[in-house]
Design a protein around this ligand. Structure first.
Ligand code: PGA
Ligand code: MG
Length: 223
């Protein structure tokens, strides 16, 4: 694995669990919504394991701890969740160590940078903006920017086409099985971060081409 080397004309980077540790604020918003609906709160590590399939799926799984919600209940919970999360996006969320240095170097190397997240658009831009990451990215694709999100390859293929390169000239960096499956389906190499959110899934099950412990560890793997 250590000999892996990637062309990476475009570097596509996942958001939650890869660039930013968003779990505390996502858990805060989910627990606010649970409380509003008269449900018991869920523990942070439990909610952390629900991140990666979009906020609606996170909320559905948090409600399902007690009872599978109806669509109407889920809609009501999402209203509470969205209002709270929108107002507390960066109360406790922090950029992971080394991320900004790595992004700066990648840009200096003339690589195109794309943020690809399953997070809803209404939260992605303000979050990147407030934590100072917005200007590093040439393109940002959220979970509802296109008709399908990760693990579907569509956002990855869309980004490659946008910059006029083949998927094999791109590289996806992410923390979850949705990232590695999307990359495989797109024919794009993929590097996993060892931190982040993958629930109980062992790191090896992500079947990434390489694993890094911090984003700067990506740099020596690039040609
Ligand atoms: O599930 C989410 O909301 C976000 O997930 P991602 O940024 O890791 O794709
Ligand atoms: Mg992620």
């Amino acid at each position: 694995m250590s000999q892996a080397s990637f062309a990476a004309d475009i570097v596509l980077i996942d958001l939650d669990g890869t660039l930013i540790d968003t779990a505390p604020d996502l858990a805060g918003a989910a627990n606010h919504a649970l409380h509003s609906l008269g449900r018991e709160p869920a523990a942070m590590p439990v909610i952390r394991g629900f991140i990666g399939n979009g906020v609606r799926e996170l909320m559905r799984r948090a409600l399902a701890i007690q009872d599978e919600p109806s669509e109407a209940e889920l809609d009501a919970a999402m209203q509470e969740f969205s209002a709270y999360y929108g107002a507390h996006l960066t109360a406790h969320s922090v950029v992971y160590p080394g991320v900004e240095d790595a992004l700066r170097t990648l840009r200096e190397q003339q690589r195109k940078l794309v943020c690809i997240t399953n997070k809803a658009e209404q939260f992605t831009a303000p979050l990147l903006e407030r934590l100072g990451l917005c200007d590093y990215f040439d393109l940002v694709l959220s979970g509802d920017s296109l008709p399908r999100k990760k693990p579907d390859p569509l956002p990855l293929l869309h980004a490659a086409e946008h910059f006029g390169v083949g998927p094999d000239s791109g590289l996806l960096v992410g923390d979850s099985i949705n990232d590695t499956q999307a990359a495989r389906a797109a024919g794009m190499p993929v590097v996993a971060v060892s931190y982040g959110y993958r629930g109980d899934m062992p790191l090896a099950d992500l079947a990434a081409d390489a694993v890094i412990d911090t984003l700067p560890q990506l740099l020596p793997l690039l040609r």
